[in-house]
Write a protein that binds this ligand. Structure first.
Ligand code: ADP
Ligand code: 5GP
Length: 191
């Protein structure tokens, strides 16, 4: 049986990375797709672990040679999901988790209609702002761009199959885990 694609999308700073890290520890047979990006490496990030860091030229070459399952521009940088590893996991019956932004999630929904799309939302816009500022990974200008983006993204929640509000972290982790477990137990999977 082929593996499934789980997509986690939500505004920058909502807690996607934090939740994904915990989910990968708790859920067996689930593999994270490592994206390519043109954004600068943050302190503590490692090549091939957090992202494959590319120049704009390298990224363009990957687009031209059709290496992405999806890709999008976000806040001035490009991000994309390399096709080959995802297809490899799926054909071996392994499930894959994509942590991507809205435009990418839309592309996946279109290209891979069996994918399960989860939207992660903050409890309030103020909480999101506080998390982004506290994280201290972007300049205030970039935080503002990400917050403007967040308002647009929140309007498209209806495209998703599930909504999880990340208020209390442990509850949000349990809910995402519950969704994955329930999807794996669906009768459709066996007939
Ligand atoms: P994203 O990957 O969506 O951009 P992160 O996982 O980097 O977001 O989380 C942004 C910041 O918010 C981090 O500093 C993280 O520790 C914090 N955070 C995540 N979840 C919660 C939560 N439920 N309550 C408070 N802070 C949180
Ligand atoms: P960050 O710069 O904070 O790591 O990521 C910015 C946004 O890009 C986040 O919403 C993240 O989920 C998204 N992102 C990361 N990788 C990809 C990808 O491969 N494709 C798309 N479309 N978005 C991605």
């Amino acid at each position: 049986m082929k593996g499934k694609i789980f997509v986690i999308t939500g505004p920058s700073g909502v807690g996607k990375g934090t939740i994904v890290k915990e989910i990968l520890k708790k859920v067996q047979n689930l593999y994270l797709s490592i994206s390519a990006t043109t954004r600068e490496k943050r302190e503590g990030e490692e090549e091939g672990v957090h992202y494959f860091f590319k120049t704009k030229d390298q990224f363009k070459k990957m687009i031209d040679s059709d290496e992405f399952l999806e890709w999008a521009e976000f806040a001035g940088d490009c991000y994309g999901t390399p096709k080959f590893p995802v297809n490899n996991y799926l054909s071996c019956g392994k499930d894959v988790l994509l942590e991507i932004e809205l435009q990418g999630a839309k592309q996946i929904k279109e290209k891979c209609p069996d994918s399960i799309l989860i939207f992660l939302a903050p409890p309030t816009f103020e909480a999101l702002e506080e998390r982004l500022i506290k994280r201290q990974t972007e300049s205030i200008d970039k935080v503002k761009i990400r917050l403007t983006k967040a308002k647009q993204e929140m309007k498209e929640v209806k495209l998703f199959h599930y909504l999880v509000v990340n208020d209390k972290l442990n509850e949000a982790i349990d809910n995402v885990q519950g969704i994955i477990v329930a999807e794996r137990c669906k009768i459709d999977n066996c007939v």
